[in-house]
Design a protein around this ligand. Structure first.
Ligand SMILES: Nc1ncnc2c1ncn2[C@@H]1O[C@H](COP(=O)(O)OP(=O)(O)O)[C@@H](O)[C@H]1O
Ligand SMILES: [Mg+2]
Length: 347
């Protein structure tokens, strides 16, 4: 039995490697970006690769590599069931509808006439999103039909930059106001530069167009709740909105106390992860006016250090396990479990 790990410093792999070393779990390091990746994986049972949606190279081929390995009976983290909808809010809308998961009502159009017909008859405000992006960078409030028509014109015309540069600049201003330190000041300079210079991701990705996506706006949410389920265990953070803004993700204002969390959201996440057979599922929740929790988006990955301050986790029966834990270890344990199921002779 051997695991293959693609190591990207600062990603999950730091802790995967530590865990393997400390527990004598056989592993080898591989480089997924090399042409001979299949050869490198020849004597391995599973590949673990924490790839990020902002890695324009990974986005080009990570899914294709994953599906190909699965076709050969190898295990992967994240596998196809876990990752196909990653950084794709349009895909997530269909998935939630197919599985009857409670998601904020979402609308997608692939044709300008249909989009305009809908805009002319629906109510506002609505929330406009691109299918990709994180930290609320591609999420905007649309106040009226005129603004929505303008977005439709752009969606079926020139299209949008894959990452909203102006939003990034506004965020840099927000971080300076929040932190008032040197790093935030530097970030603002970078943000100003970024208004004019596209990132490599933007250049490589091309423009987002040919679809228009809106969500029903859920008013009076001053935070969102993120629940992450891995291998039957769930943990949570609360993110408060930026000052004077309806958007929470990316604000950096985070709450960890157990009493902040609605166990209905935990239940939904654990159940949906099981139904989807997802190895790792992160759901962002807000509330409708009747205080029912609704999913705003799904993901598989997350920023490691943010969750180190979680004070415990829930199991499948919603029992609370107080104390520190390492979610990346849950991932390796799950992978070893999957290998054992597939190859009982090795255990
Ligand atoms: N339909 C909505 N109604 C109200 N607030 C929303 C809605 N959708 C998103 N938000 C807010 O905007 C933030 C970013 O939206 P989200 O879809 O999660 O995008 P991202 O992928 O950038 O995190 C959320 O954290 C939430 O606070
Ligand atoms: Mg989000």
């Amino acid at each position: 039995m051997k695991l293959a790990i693609h190591h990207t410093p600062g990603s999950f792999s730091d802790r995967w490697i530590d865990y393997c070393r400390n527990n004598a779990i056989p592993y080898t390091l591989v480089d997924c970006y090399r042409n001979d990746i299949m050869e490198q994986l020849k004597d391995c049972d599973a590949l673990m690769w924490h790839w990020h949606h902002g890695d324009y190279k990974a986005v080009r081929f990570a899914r294709q590599l994953t599906y190909s390995l699965e076709a050969a009976g190898k295990l992967v983290f994240p596998d196809s069931k876990t990752v196909w909808h990653f950084d794709d809010k349009v895909g997530q809308k269909y998935l939630a509808e197919a599985l009857n998961a409670p998601m904020v009502p979402s609308f997608v159009f692939y044709d300008k006439t249909q989009a305009l017909d809908w805009i002319n008859t629906t109510t506002f405000p609505k929330v406009f999103k691109l299918r990709g992006g994180a930290g609320a960078s591609n999420v905007r409030l649309v106040k009226d039909a005129a603004a929505a028509r303008k977005l439709a014109g752009k969606a079926f015309g020139r299209g949008f930059a894959a990452r909203d540069r102006f939003n990034r600049f506004i965020d840099a201003v927000w971080r300076l106001k929040r932190d008032k330190n040197g790093a935030a000041f530097l970030g603002l300079f970078r943000g100003i530069g970024r208004i004019f210079i596209p990132t490599m991701y933007e250049k490589m990705h091309g423009r987002e167009k040919g679809y228009l996506y809106f969500q029903e706006f859920m008013p009076e949410n001053n935070f969102d709740t993120r629940i992450i389920a891995i291998n039957g265990k769930a943990f949570a953070i609360r993110r408060y909105n930026r000052e004077g803004d309806f958007r929470a993700s990316g604000s950096g204002l985070i709450g960890y106390e157990r009493k902040l969390f609605d166990e209905r959201c935990v239940r939904i996440t654990l159940d949906l992860a099981e139904k989807m057979q997802a190895q790792s599922l992160a759901l962002d929740f807000i509330y409708d006016p009747q205080q029912q929790p609704l999913i705003v988006e799904m993901s598989y990955g997350f920023a490691t250090p943010v969750y180190d301050k979680c004070t415990g986790y829930w199991d499948m029966d919603l029992n609370w396990h107080e104390g520190p834990f390492v979610p990346q270890h849950f991932m390796v344990d799950a992978m070893l479990g999957q290998i054992a199921k597939q190859k009982p002779a090795y255990t």
